[in-house]
Design a protein around this ligand. Sequence first.
Ligand code: COA
Length: 131
Amino acid sequence: MEIRRYKKELDEDKLMAIIKNEGEEWSCYWADEFSEKYKAALAYSITYVAYEGNILCGYSRSLDDCGFYIYVCDLLVMPEHRGKNIGRRLLEYIYKDYPEQIVYVMSGVDEYYKKQGYRREGSIFEVPKSS
Ligand SMILES: CC(C)(COP(=O)(O)OP(=O)(O)OC[C@H]1O[C@@H](n2cnc3c(N)ncnc32)[C@H](O)[C@@H]1OP(=O)(O)O)[C@@H](O)C(=O)NCCC(=O)NCCS
């Protein structure tokens, strides 16, 4: 398994295909009104892809908070490639390129991160828009 930085010209179609296969929860990213925006986000973000042979089997997308912290926004591994530490390695790989920063992941699956032994640091609240 190889992990490397995302390259739009090589990875975009494959990455969008695994999102599409993931179904409901990820559907906003490939729906017509958002897919171009998401493709731009992939290119703009700190995005890594995991390959098994020539199959793109997972990716992470993160944002750099001006050199202070890195926030992981998206992490996805194809169902048939799960349970092989690809998710964990995609996250740990970020430290290779950003050893001075702390990486935080915005969790949608707390049980997974607990199982990995990650330490909880705060939580996320949505600020309501005032009417
Ligand atoms: C969460 C996800 C990225 C994990 O990827 P992965 O490559 O299978 O994870 P790893 O191989 O590093 O870890 C596997 C371990 O985590 C556990 N695990 C995976 N998903 C889990 C979940 N949702 N809840 C609890 N444990 C989970 C597995 O049971 C496995 O445990 P084991 O080692 O005791 O068998 C993958 O399941 C996925 O893409 N899920 C759908 C998208 C998603 O929820 N992304 C995270 C949003 S923040």
